[in-house]
Design a protein around this ligand. Sequence first.
Ligand code: CO
Length: 133
Amino acid sequence: MILTEIDHVAIAVKDLEAAIDYYKRAFGATVDHREVVESDGVEEALLKVAESYVQLLTPTRDDSPVAKAIEKRGEGLHHIGYRVNDCGQALASMVAAGATPIDKAPRPGSRGTTVAFIHPKGSFGTLIELVQE
Ligand code: CO
C-alpha cells in the first residue's frame, strides 16, 4: 500500500476567518499552520486532527482554481491529500493505473512538502493530491 495516511481533507471556503472561527467554536480546533501559496492562488489554515489535517482553503485571486471551484460548485469539499513516502513514485503508479495527472511531476506544496495533483476525471470524481513530507 503506497498511501501512509490521510494528510488532509481540503475544504474550499469564501471567508477563511469565519471558517476558522466556526471550527474553533464547534470543535475547539486551533490553527497549526497558516500559509499563502502564491503559485496556487490560495491561503490555507491547517487544523490538526491526530496525524492529519483539516485544510481550510480560500482563494487569494479571482483566477485561482479554488475561486473557480467555488464559483462552479459553491463552498465545500475540494480535494483529499493522501500522504505518501515518495511522491514521484506514487504519481507514476497512479498514471500506470490510468489516472490523469494535473502535475506531470512533483512540485513544492505548503509546509515544505512535495505534492502532485491528479484530475478528478479518471479518479471517480475526487481531486487527489499526493503529499510527501
Ligand atoms: Co491540499
